[in-house]
Structure formats: C-alpha cells, structure tokens
Design a protein around this ligand. Structure first.
Ligand SMILES: Cc1cc2nc3c(=O)[nH]c(=O)nc-3n(C[C@H](O)[C@H](O)[C@H](O)COP(=O)(O)OP(=O)(O)OC[C@H]3O[C@@H](n4cnc5c(N)ncnc54)[C@H](O)[C@@H]3O)c2cc1C
Ligand code: FES
Ligand code: FES
Length: 489
C-alpha cells in the first residue's frame, strides 16, 4: 500500500501524504500554492473559469485534457501532470495561445481568459485542426460575459494552425515512473481516500468498506461537496482501476468499461450511430466529458441522464461486480426508483455491453434542453425499431429520460407501433399513447405538459426524418443552414 499521492505540478514533483480527501484542486492551487491565475466562477463545473490542463499517459502516449479544477478532488490527480496558466509562459515568452488571444483581442476583463487559454492550449497540444466547429466544442464549457466568442475562436484557429506544444521534454517518461499497482490510501486523520489500481483490489476494498462513496470522474460527486457541503468518508476512487477503462468490440457488441470517459466513449458510440455522436457532443462541455464517465452516468440514477435512454433503447446489458462475483442485467432493470438502482452494498458497475444496430433496425436519439451546449436535458429520447421485410414494425424500444422518476420505456406507445409501418400516422398514434405511459416530471427545467408534448413531437420527428422529406428538424442542421445562408449573403 502507498500512503501518498504523487503528481507533477508543472515540472515540480509533488508528493502528498496527508490531505482532505475531497479538497478540490482549485482550492489547493489558489490557497496552498498561490496560483491565482486559475479562477473560481461557479464552483460547479459550468463556467470553465477554473480550467486547467491535465497530462496523463494513455499507453505510452501523453494526452492533454482540459478539466474543471473546481470539482476535481486533489488526490485523484495521482500519476498526472497539472498545468495552470502560470506554467504556459516560458522565459517571458507567452505560449502561442496566449499570444493569439492578445493578437485577436480575445480578452477584456480577463476573468474567463485563463480558462479559455487552457481549453485552447489542450486542443492545440493534441494536434487539432483549425476547425471552427471543433474549437466551438472545445470552448463550449467556457463562458465569457465581455468579449464575445468570435475573437476567441479566431485565436483558437491561429493556435491550432501554427501548432502549440504543451509540457516539457521528458514528462511522459517522468509520469511513467509514477505508475504502480499499489493501493493508495491517504487522508487527513479523520477521513480517508482510497484508490485501488486493479479490479481485484477494488472488490477487496469495497468488501471492507461497503458503504464507501464511489468516485469516478466526480462531475456529480464533486458538486455534493462544493454545493451541498457534504462530508464524504471514505471516498473510494475508481479512476486508477485499469480494467474499468477497457473497451472491446466483439463484432456484434460494443463493451465499455464503467470508467471510460465520455470523451473516450464518444468516437466508439459515434461508430454505432451518428445521433450518438451528437448526443455526446452536447453532453456537458469538454471539461465534463474529459472527467465524467459512462459508469458514473448510469450509476448516478438520474432521471435526466443522457446515456440511459440511448443505451436502454439499444438493449444494453449491465455487468455488476462484487464480493459474490459478477451478475448481468438488462440496463432498464437497473433503475428501480428515483435515484435508486438494483445495486447492493459492495457492488460496483464494471461495464456495459451495447448491441450494435442490425440492418433491419432503425434508431433515433434527441436531446431537448434550454441551452444547446452544456445543459442537462429536459427530455431525452431514444428509439430503436426493428422491421420485417414488408416494413412492418416487429419490435419497438422507445426510451425516455425526463418523463418519469427513472429513465423508462414507453410500453403503451411501443405496442401501438407493432405490426404497422412506421410513418407519420403511426408515430402520431404512438405519441398520443405516451399519456398512458407517463406522468412527467414538473419542475423548473420544464413543465409536465411541455415534456409530454415534446416527447410526442420527438417521435413524430423520427418519422419525418425517417421518411426522408429533407425537412430540417435538428438545431444543429438549422444552425448550419443559417450559417451557410449568411456566408452567401
Ligand atoms: C457542468 C455539468 C454538465 C453536465 N452535463 C450533463 C449532460 O449534459 N448530460 C448528463 O447526462 N449529465 C451531465 N452532467 C452530469 C455528470 O457529468 C454525468 O452524470 C457523468 O456521467 C457522471 O460521471 P462521473 O464519472 O463524473 O460520476 P461521479 O460523479 O464520479 O459519480 C456519479 C455517481 O455514480 C456513482 N458511481 C460512479 N461510478 C460508479 C461505478 N463504476 N459503479 C457504481 N457506482 C458508480 C457514484 O458513487 C455517484 O453516485 C453534467 C455535470 C456537470 C457538472
Ligand atoms: S469555477 Fe466554474 S467551472 Fe469551475
Ligand atoms: S473577458 Fe470578461 S468574462 Fe470574458
């Protein structure tokens, strides 16, 4: 067992034996290290003012990820390099992203600027092309209230065009020396932080501490501390467990470990269907996707999480692991009540297996939220229909988030579609049946009436898009159309 966490802050090797298990990286940087370039705006992962770059080894390669320091617990950085805006300027020479921000007038009051600089620096360091859409994605988790985004995007394009490396020579090798298979345990004398390195260690630690708080990317759990002021003990971090990060393609099935980040899952899910790419693109901002995990999104049991409806519609199977071994269940059976799942103390979500679409199946996902980017769904829908040679529906899986206390299928609407062609008429009949399936949530995000109307319209949108009328039904398509129209004007 190792009783310290080790990481690099810039080029300085840090080793900490005693720390608050849920102290944030942001507080440590600002209060302990005096690195006040990293700002606190919202303390809940929304504004990006606290963005820092984290370098981590992916096999032998070094990857740069922008993350929100405000909701990231310090001991989770074991094995990484952290760079703040202070680490970018070398020998008085600004980093190319900083220079481009000056050149393109990308800053006014400056409060948001370090966060934007760090997001763009990660993007450029990973070799992204100077593509406007990609840059917009990279900064969707950063808010600016002064400058407007065009000059910042211009600066991002210039930095990506000219190239902008991050970190110092040899850092990948130095990070390699921090790798080990020890169970890490640190704390502050009162509360403990435990970080196993293997699945077997995780099972053993969880058997000893069945009520430990499981922590993966912390994009939900972080807010329990920064917003709800909860004192968590012990905290059991899953981020070092390598098995949980594994992915596998079995030909007919895609298997994602629970610890696979949303950023890493995105290209794999995009390979199943382009709507899943769009869903993941609109999942939080880049910082949230870099930290948040597939397992965290399923296990938090939120009725408005984005992955559950999509994976339920695809008939995914969840694998849970605990002291008694492994058990499998259809994902839809995992959710048993509001934020309650079929998971006993000592168990954790190990992976999810997602069947790929067959040629006789059609699929559709929509997310409806108040803001296009970085917002939680009011309603999320996912539909998979199987049709026979005559085009009649033989199986319907219509799954919704935001319509009930749990992510749930619409049994009544599904049965309306069976044995019929899928067209605007059958979709309208199924939409009408949704009132028998759901008494939707009624909250500040959306009223029950709105949710029911939207859910029906999403089903009708599926029929319109499937019918190939060419009518634009997606915000992204409408935005692209209006951008093309204004560039031709
Ligand atoms: C700014 C912001 C934007 C967001 N936007 C979205 C969005 O667009 N769509 C959306 O769906 N969500 C969104 N979220 C919520 C969150 O990012 C996701 O739910 C994310 O997938 C959680 O993953 P995590 O690894 O961070 O989970 P954590 O915060 O680490 O954990 C979440 C819960 O799951 C449990 N848990 C984690 N891993 C396991 C496991 N392997 N086995 C058992 N239990 C486990 C934890 O104990 C905890 O109860 C957003 C959050 C923020 C802060
Ligand atoms: S302070 Fe707003 S995202 Fe961290
Ligand atoms: S420059 Fe003032 S908030 Fe962005």
């Amino acid at each position: 067992m190792r009783h310290s966490v080790r990481f690099y802050l810039g080029d300085e090797r840090i080793e900490i034996a005693s720390c608050d298990p849920t102290g944030t990286l942001l507080d440590w940087l600002r209060l302990e290290r005096g690195l006040t370039g990293t700002k606190e705006g919202c303390a809940e992962g929304d504004c990006g003012a606290c963005t820092v770059a984290v370098g981590r080894l992916d096999g032998a390669n070094l990857r740069w990820e922008a993350i929100n320091a405000c909701i990231r617990f310090l001991p989770t950085l074991d094995g990484c390099q952290v760079l703040t805006v202070e680490h970018l300027t070398r020998a008085g020479v600004p980093h190319p992203v900083q220079a481009a921000m000056v050149e393109h007038h990308g800053s006014q009051c400056g409060f948001c600027t370090p966060g934007f600089v760090m997001s763009l620096a990660c993007l450029a360091a990973n070799g992204a092309a100077p593509d406007t859409g990609r840059i917009e994605d990279a900064i969707a988790g950063n808010l600016c209230r002064c400058t407007g985004y065009r000059p910042i995007i211009d600066a991002g394009e210039a930095a990506c065009r000219d190239g902008a490396p991050l970190g110092s020579a040899g850092i990948a090798k130095r990070l390699g020396t921090l790798r080990d298979d020890e169970l890490v345990q640190v704390g502050d004398g009162e509360r403990r932080f435990l970080a196993p390195a293997t699945g077997d260690q995780l099972v053993a630690v969880l058997a000893d501490h069945p009520d430990a708080v499981l922590l993966s990317g912390g994009t939900d759990v972080g807010l329990w501390v920064t917003k709800d002021m909860r004192r968590l003990d012990p905290v059991l971090h899953l981020g070092r467990v390598r098995e949980l990060r594994e992915t596998r393609d079995d030909g007919a099935t895609l298997v994602l470990g629970a610890g696979v980040t949303l950023s890493d899952a995105r290209p794999l899910l995009a390979g199943l269907h382009p709507h899943l790419d769009e869903l993941l693109r609109r999942f939080g901002g880049e910082q949230v996707r870099n930290a948040g995990t597939v397992g965290g999104n399923l296990a938090n049991g939120s009725p408005i999480g984005d992955l559950p409806p999509a994976l339920i519609a695809l008939d995914a199977t969840l694998v849970l692991r605990g002291p008694q071994g492994r058990r499998k269940m259809p994902l839809e059976r995992f959710f048993v009540g509001y934020r309650r799942q079929d998971r006993v103390p000592g168990e954790f979500v190990e992976r999810v297996a997602i069947p790929k679409l067959r040629p006789d199946q059609i699929f559709h996902v929509s997310k409806v939220s108040k803001r296009f980017d970085e917002d939680i769904s009011a309603v999320c829908s996912a539909f998979r229909l199987t049709r026979d040679a005559a085009g009649l529906v033989t199986e319907a899986r219509l799954a919704f988030g935001g319509m009930a206390a749990i992510p749930q299928r619409a049994g009544a609407a599904e049965s309306v579609l069976l044995g019929r062609p899928f067209d605007e008429r059958s979709a309208a009949d199924a939409a009408a049946a949704l009132a028998d399936d759901f008494t939707p949530l009624d909250d500040w995000r959306a009223s029950a009436r709105y949710r029911l109307a939207v859910a029906g319209n999403l089903l009708r949108r599926f029929a319109i898009e499937e019918g190939g009328t060419g009518e634009p039904t997606r915000v992204a398509g409408l935005l692209a159309q209006s951008a093309a129209a204004s560039s031709h004007a």
